[in-house]
Design a protein around this ligand. Structure first.
Ligand code: ADP
Length: 534
């Protein structure tokens, strides 16, 4: 059913609707999502076939090169389990080379002396180039990650473009200040780039995470060594090609494909000449990266996991909340750090809500991401599929009651699929309610009072996001302040905008990405004292 799409856009309503229409200039409307009408007219042709056929290399110092080790690894389409590309297995030697190039570009290249207006123009040009290749990039993302093509095209690509445009704007707005501290001195601050930045990103939103990292870092004048996730390196490589085409100077953007531990990832986090590392991924990897960063005490920002409470009160618009629950957990196959994986339902609406929810979920079409009717695609890898199925097993052993799903779809023989799965009768102590499953598995927990649910919502080591569904304004604001998390959605879920900060409390990490807060991550403040005394 069209409006059952567990889309990340629910709640983005008119703002994004306008964006889609101007960005795309298309008139065809094939489905409507909560008032968001988007054109879905994917060309049948595989626009990315030339890119897939080209050899994949590392981007170092403005050139495409092989890994020093000569090693490559295979990249799979998670819907078919077929190899779609071979990429270079970058390691320490390649990271060293990339850091040298980034350092040179930072200290002595044209990037350093370029006017901020030129820097802004380059970022705008990159956004334009991505937009011009939107369908191709969407296909690359779907083939690499598995996500439905409509999401790749109308969420990932669109937000990638918007993120680069937003930060292009910042390039010309960076300012220091003058401070009237003492009349014997002229005192001012300079806002300067941090230097060489290492960026390690995950596989759930490969292109968008690259944009969240590259956009602000480049706008502030840093140079970058980016490592995409080993499962999904392709869209970053294509963006690297486009960045060279639009004229980014050599060494400003370096892209190293490779693995994490004892490989390119750890080489970045340990590197003594990287000034800052930005990481999005698992909590445990975050800890390793913090430890590795201690060598040169480089700055670290972390966006880690979540176990978000999605709280529905009896006075909510139930139909909207049902859609919000679907969006909350099933968007992107549940592979979202801010997924609403704990659904708290006020007891008096529990049964009615569950009937409506399971009826809709059972109709969701699962399949190959390139099929534009697909609403839920495969998980990214066999490893993730197995991990999620294991959690489903654990939930049943711990006494949770299966309301729908619970296995792999019978009609899909190939691919790493997991059915959208809902458990009722859960408690906060069960492992599926405590640990990040990172898949399409929802734990439903009943509650009776506001105090009780506020306490239960916070009974988690994570704090990335949460949501409240109610018509009572007081209750909404009260809970928004009580929930210890970096983002709270009221009567919506997964609303995003490049201007609005995102990040975690507690073990969900530190530092805020997006908005002006990302500028803080990528700049240093220098105070200058000029002696005016006679
Ligand atoms: P997942 O287990 O879901 O793949 P990770 O946190 O392991 O999540 O991966 C996110 C990113 O971190 C990937 O780019 C991965 O290669 C990288 N990574 C994994 N382990 C390390 C590590 N020890 N040091 C640096 N980067 C790592």
């Amino acid at each position: 059913m069209a409006d059952d799409i567990p889309h990340g856009a629910a709640g983005r309503f008119s703002a994004w609707q306008a964006t889609y229409i101007t960005v795309l200039g298309r008139t065809e409307i094939s489905y409507s999502l909560e008032g968001l009408n988007v054109a879905v007219a994917m060309e049948k042709e595989l626009l990315c076939k030339d890119f897939l056929a080209r050899p994949k290399q590392l981007l170092i110092d403005g050139k495409w090169v092989n890994a020093e080790s000569g090693k490559t690894f295979e990249v799979y389409n998670p819907a078919t389990e077929e190899v779609i590309a071979k990429v270079q297995e970058g390691g320490k030697a390649d990271v060293d080379k990339a850091v040298r190039a980034a350092r040179k570009a930072f200290e002595t290249g044209p990037w350093r002396t370029m006017s901020t207006a030129q820097r802004q123009r380059l970022l705008m040009k990159l956004a334009d180039a991505i937009e011009a290749h939107a369908d191709e990039l969407a296909q690359i993302e779907t083939l690499d990650n598995g996500k439905p093509i409509n999401e790749s095209r109308y969420v990932d690509v669109v937000q990638t473009v918007e993120t680069f445009r937003y930060y292009a704007g910042w390039a010309t707005k960076l300012e220091g200040e003058t401070i009237n501290a003492n009349s014997n001195f002229f005192t001012y601050t300079l806002r300067e780039p941090v230097g060489v930045v290492g960026q390690i990103i995950p596989w759930n939103f490969p292109m968008l995470m690259a944009a969240w990292k590259l956009g602000p870092a480049l706008a502030c004048g840093n140079t970058v060594v980016l490592k995409p996730a080993e499962q999904t390196p392709l869209s970053a490589l294509r963006i690297g090609e486009l960045a060279l085409e639009v004229g980014f100077p050599a060494g400003v953007i370096n892209i190293i494909t490779g693995f994490g531990p004892d490989s390119a990832g750890s080489a970045i986090s340990e590197h003594m000449d990287i000034d800052k590392v930005a990481f999005t991924g698992e909590e445990n990897t975050g800890r390793i990266i913090v430890k590795a960063s201690a060598g040169n005490l480089k700055r670290v920002s972390l966006e880690l996991g979540g176990k978000a409470p999605n709280i529905v009160f009896a006075d909510a618009d139930i139909d909207a909340a049902v859609k919000g629950a679907i969006t909350g957990i099933f968007f992107n196959q549940g592979q979202v750090c801010c997924a609403g994986s704990r659904l708290f339902l006020e007891s008096k609406i529990h049964d009615e809500f569950m009937t409506k929810l399971t009826e809709r979920v059972k109709q969701i079409k699962q399949g190959h991401g390139l099929d534009d009717k697909t609403v839920i695609g495969p998980q990214v890898s066999k490893e993730q599929q197995e991990r999620i199925l294991n959690y489903i097993d654990i939930a049943q052993k711990e006494g949770a009651k299966l309301a729908c799903g619970g296995g792999t779809p019978k009609d899909l023989q190939k691919g790493y699929f997991v059915e959208p799965t809902i458990f009722t009768g859960c408690t906060n102590d069960m492992r599926i309610a405590k640990e990040e499953v990172f898949g399409p598995v929802l734990a439903v927990i009943p509650f009776k009072t506001t105090e009780e649910v506020a306490e239960a919502a916070n009974k988690t080591t994570f704090g990335l996001s949460g949501a409240v569904w109610t018509k009572d304004v007081k209750k909404a604001h009260k809970l928004a302040s009580q929930i210890k998390a970096g983002t709270i959605w009221v009567n919506c879920y997964n609303a995003f905008d490049p201007a609005v900060p995102f990040g975690g409390y507690k073990m969900s990490g530190y530092g805020r990405e997006l908005g002006k807060h990302s500028i803080e991550l990528y700049t240093n403040i220098k105070s200058v004292w000029v002696n005016l005394a006679e």
